[in-house]
Design a protein around this ligand. Structure first.
Ligand code: FVH
Length: 277
């Protein structure tokens, strides 16, 4: 098996994320060609050693590996469609956010034009790309992932999540769902403390963050949860506690959309109780 490691990588799309990806490759000493629909976004990368292509076609020709990071699925089609004839024999790593089915459709379309395809999801934001905390999900043929793993490693820790091209997109969306849920809850928590004139910064530092850290291993029903707290995770008690949370929120005037989600969780618990009890 030969790896695609030190060869020139083309980065198509120089939005905030595309620039960060290209920058991480340059920082790792990799030769990089960049292209963006609108001119003027490559200047800093060119100053750091990137080669700017005048067209997507020019960027693809002369490289075996193209990393695509555009706005959405349809912009990927708009970009690759006109250069379909240039794709044969190359590898496309699409890091544009999309749905699992969009990923499968892109994979089939790319394969029909003689190229190999990995779909990816970026679990990082532009400033953290290329830092130790960043990681990226990839799905598609495992041997193809093995070939490109070293080439994409500078972007963030590469994690292969399955042969199904849709898996990276789904895992990415699932991880974002966890983050947004946590974020919504944290905003609600801060609103409650602010509503009674509490010291929000002290609350975040001394109460909220340590509490979330303590509970994180249990929050998605992790191994620790099932091994250590089966008795304590009492659905009737949780449902009562959630009702108290909803009531307390109303009491201090913080009964917004999140209370609706709390209600939904409460009903889910009640349904679970009805089934189990
Ligand atoms: N930025 C982030 O924090 C998140 C982190 C997780 C992953 N997302 C996804 O990454 C994709 C790109 O996001 P972005 O932050 O780079 O987005 P923008 O800065 O808005 O750049 C968009 C690029 O797409 C190009 N583009 C838009 N429409 C077209 C089109 N019709 N044809 C060709 N290119 C197009 C745009 O070009 P231009 O407007 O500068 O000419 C930018 O290069 C995205 O899927 C996130 O969900 C980022």
């Amino acid at each position: 098996m030969t790896t695609i490691e030190s060869e020139r990588v083309a980065v198509l799309g120089l939005g905030a994320m595309g620039r960060a990806l290209a920058g991480a490759l340059l920082a790792a000493g990799r030769p990089v060609t960049v292209w963006n629909r609108t001119a003027g976004k490559a200047d800093e990368l060119v100053a750091r050693g990137a080669r700017e292509a005048a067209s997507a076609s020019e960027a693809i020709v002369g490289t075996d590996l193209a990393v695509v990071c555009l706005l959405d699925d349809s912009t990927v089609r708009d970009t690759l469609g006109p250069i379909a004839g240039e794709l044969s024999g190359r590898t496309i790593v699409n890091l544009t956010s999309g749905s699992p089915q969009q990923a499968r459709d892109q994979a089939a379309w790319v394969a029909a034009h003689g190229a190999a395809y990995l779909d990816g999801g970026i679990l990082a934001v532009p400033p953290t790309v290329g830092t130790p905390g960043a990681f990226l999900l990839y799905s598609g043929a495992r041997d193809l992932f093995a070939r490109v793993e070293q080439a994409v490693a500078p972007l963030g820790r590469p994690l292969w999540v399955g042969e199904d091209h849709g898996h990276a997109a789904l895992y990415d969306i699932a991880a974002l769902s966890g983050m947004y849920g946590l974020s919504a809850g944290a905003h609600h928590a801060v609103a409650l403390v602010a509503a009674v004139g509490g010291d929000v910064e002290a609350f975040k530092r001394d109460v909220l963050l340590p509490w979330l850290e303590q509970m994180m291993p249990f929050s998605a029903g992790g191994a620790e949860a099932s091994e250590t707290i089966p008795e304590e995770y009492n659905a009737a008690m949780q449902a009562t506690g959630l009702q108290t949370m909803i009531d307390a929120s109303s009491e201090v005037g913080v009964a917004d959309e999140l209370a609706g989600h709390l209600h939904a969780s409460l009903w889910a618990m009640r349904r679970a109780l009805a089934v189990s009890g």
